[in-house]
Design a protein around this ligand. Sequence first.
Ligand code: A1EHT
Length: 105
Amino acid sequence: MVSHPTTITFFEFLMPLVKSGAKTITIRDESESHYIPNSVVEVYILETNVKVCDIRILSVEPLQFDEINEFHANQESLPLDELRTLIKKVYPNTNGLFMITFELA
Ligand SMILES: CC(=O)Nc1ccn([C@@H]2O[C@H](CO)[C@@H](O)[C@H]2O)c(=O)n1
């Protein structure tokens, strides 16, 4: 993508955590790392393409899979083992990930 992305998708089962503000980070691969701090992006449900809310990107930082710990699980509002399993399922062959921090806009 040439210009910075203006939308992001989340799995439907995570949406309650996103729109309540409980989830304040998401961990993505390089292809989804090009968000610009301070930009506002539209949040869509991956499975249905329904828009849920807007979020403001606060930061994008590199994060190795091996570095994912309780801090990240806390920010994700998920148990650590569940988070690591989920990320391995979505990105089975990638160790170099990115932590995107956001707030409700
Ligand atoms: C197209 C695509 O990759 N969509 C994704 C990827 C990840 N995630 C979630 O972000 C966190 C860190 O990975 C975990 O909570 C994941 O479930 C998501 O909701 N939707």
